[in-house]
Design a binder for this molecule. Structure first.
Ligand code: NAP
Length: 335
């Protein structure tokens, strides 16, 4: 079916020269993060001893153990980047906590167990900073994932994601597997889900500004605009994912985030979009709508310890690029 391959190690000199080529299977390869990894691999980050295979739910429904196993047997990966998940913004999470829990638990268990049974050398899964305890001290770091209940708005998604960390520890202790996870903050970029009801805050706002501009109406931001978030551009995250796959040896997860000083309020994020799209209308805050967690400031000290010189794309530039992508691809964008 429709999996997307980059690079081809079949018949290449890899094994002849004494090293095994890597076959990297990316689940969720058609989503926001998956498409960004496709782009950075195709545009210079890929290596000749790597074959990348990007799959979506059309290749296998990973909630099915049988389909997951068949996918692994078909592609025989040596490495896996596991992105596939039921993902959504605040309002979809509030409505569907049970579905988030069940689907993600099944997907993660099927992927990790198939990886174990098929002898995969390394798996990098994806957690999120929104799964950390609601009541906590700041900044949040990698040691604090299990220190208390998550925010009530997304408890289903959060507990399912936390179990990946439990599984990684278990597969390491019982079987010596190198299964690890990264913890990104709020991701945005081209190919995001720009649905206003079910998507994340930034793509939802971009879509709203686009419509408000077309209709000559005001821009209504849901909530007070006061909550604070660290946003990471999907293409920056993609470069970091490739580094983790190749270089990061710990089973313990690592937060992938811009610095604490780069946290912005929802109002500031909305203003960056307004500027990028040259929207001249009124900005209104609908305070009858939920704010979600006030902040979840994360420390990127561990990342900086490994990669002190990594350059993040400036927020306003990344917002501008994403707005331009959305406007150019409005007809086909997920919305
Ligand atoms: N977006 C964020 O702000 C954010 C922040 C932190 C962490 N993360 C994590 O990053 C990862 C990628 O997120 P994203 O924003 O790129 O998500 P996304 O754009 O919604 O993409 C989700 C991907 O998962 C696939 N998928 C969903 N259900 C599946 C199933 N049952 N079987 C097989 N594939 C399935 C989708 O395939 P189809 O295209 O076929 O539906 C798609 O490729 C997720 O693990 C997410 O939890 C995201």
């Amino acid at each position: 079916r429709g999996s997307n391959r980059i690079g081809d190690t079949e018949g290449c000199g890899g094994t002849e020269m004494g090293f095994e080529p890597k076959r990297i299977l990316v689940t969720g390869g058609t989503g926001l993060v998956g498409r960004a990894i496709q782009e950075v691999v195709a545009n210079g980050e890929g290596q000749t001893d790597e074959e990348w295979v990007f799959v979506s739910s059309r290749d296998a429904d990973l909630t099915s153990a049988v389909e997951t196993r068949a996918l692994f047997e078909k592609h025989k990966p040596t490495h896996v980047i596991h992105l596939a998940a039921m993902v959504g913004g605040l309002f979809k999470n509030i409505r569907c906590n049970l579905d988030f829990w069940r689907r993600n638990i099944h997907i993660n268990d099927n992927v990790l167990h198939s990886a174990y049974e098929c002898g995969v050398q390394k798996v990098v899964s994806c957690l999120s900073t929104c799964i950390f305890p609601d009541k906590t001290t700041y900044p949040i770091d990698e040691t604090m994932i299990h220190n208390g209940p998550p925010h009530s708005s997304n408890f289903g998604y959060s507990y399912a994601k936390r179990m990946i960390d439990v599984q990684n520890r278990g597969y390491f202790e019982q079987h010596g597997c190198r299964f690890t996870a990264v913890i990104p903050t709020n991701v945005f970029g081209p190919h995001d889900n720009f649905n206003i009801e079910d998507g994340h805050v930034l793509p939802g706002l971009i879509h709203k500004v686009y419509l408000a501009k077309q209709n000559g109406s005001a821009l209504t931001v849901w909530g007070t605009g006061k909550p604070r978030r660290q946003f990471i551009y999907s293409l920056d995250l993609a470069r970091l994912f490739v580094w983790v796959l190749r270089e990061y040896e710990e089973v313990e997860p690592i937060i992938l985030s811009v610095g604490e000083e780069d946290e912005v309020s929802i109002r500031e994020a909305a203003e960056a979009i307004v500027e990028a799209m040259d929207f001249r209308g009124e900005l209104v805050f609908d305070t009858t709508k939920a704010d979600g967690q006030f902040k979840k400031t994360a420390s990127n000290a561990k990342l900086r310890h490994y990669l002190p010189n990594f350059q993040f794309t400036p927020f306003r530039q990344a917002v501008k690029e994403t707005c331009t992508w959305f406007s150019t691809n409005y007809a086909s964008a997920r919305k």
